[in-house]
Design a protein around this ligand. Sequence first.
Ligand SMILES: CSC[C@@H](O)[C@@H](O)C(=O)COP(=O)(O)O
Length: 380
Amino acid sequence: MADQYAQSGEDKPSTGIPVIRWEEPPEGPVVVLLDQTRLPAEEVELVCTDAPALVDAIRTLAVRGAPLLGIAGAYGVALAAARGFDVEEAAVALAGARPTAVNLSVGVRRAASAHRAALAGGAGAESAAKAALAAARQLHREDAEASGRMAAHGLALLDELLPGGGHRILTHCNTGSLVSGGAGTAFAVALAAHRQGRLRRLWVDETRPLLQGARLTAYEAARSGMAYTLLTDNAAGSLFAAGEVDAVLIGADRIAADGSVANKVGSYPLAVLARYHHVPFIVVAPVTTVDPDTPDGASIEVEQRPGYEVTEVAAPNVPVTGAGGGVPVAPLGTQAYNPAFDVTPPELVTAIVTEEGAVSPVTAEALAEMCARSPQATID
Ligand SMILES: CSC[C@@H](O)[C@@H](O)C(=O)COP(=O)(O)O
């Protein structure tokens, strides 16, 4: 299997099969995804033979989570090039498939720039396609490597903030090996604590409406042998009030230059709760999630998703497809407010951890200085 675990040699994903891989069967190259809409009931792969199929997989959340969206976007460009489609057109469609996670456009841009540069240097179509694929593979490897470093920095920070050990960590959405070339972002920190015997409990928010916590994080925690407990999102307040949360660890889809954090809807209320209860609220994300071109939280485009994701629930063992067809839980015709993300202002964020270290308190200057240390900062 090509690209399995991005040859990282580091943390193997807690999933049974790779979340994304490039294959070259005789019929032509394909991008193979672990279909996340089918988890945890089934581990089923989705084979994408062209960029539009990948765009569809991104929109329906078969492939999801900021870092993985970047990797998928880069492979999508490589696929368009290798199959002889219009690469620039594919790049626009892929980058526009979901608006909030900046990693998607970063990944698309990396592969498209490599393709363009190869053509400009006199390469033929085949060599230019190879250049795009090499860029995608490189991004995949870098992401796997970044996971390991984020886990180390995040665990060091946790130990500093909570010297007693025995961490009880609350997390939201899914930030593990399902969203990454490696072990993930926030989940990778919890996993590192678990492996060192320092995780007492992982509290897993179910993450309405698409249940990334219940379906995906619980799946990963179970496979990793972690002590975890699932809760409804609206039970978090009582958990804080009972003194059961030592820290909140979440990922991010886009971090603005001022340190505002866009993440799965429901993150902001956790930040407010954490502040009221004097609990650290820690954001873990690769440098590629920090977007210097987005000045502040108000400038982040928050994806609005269809109302049926709220007015219907998936029936047991019926995959959450994001395409309707679930069991209605509200009167027909009910309108729903369904933003996919919310934005937490920097003053509510205790620390932002990347592969380059941690900033706390979060200021625009400290964030920019940390990101400038990364080789990623200079890659177009
Ligand atoms: C490292 S993953 C960080 C975020 O991408 C994650 O928390 C999240 O919000 C994912 O949302 P999703 O809509 O499932 O793609």
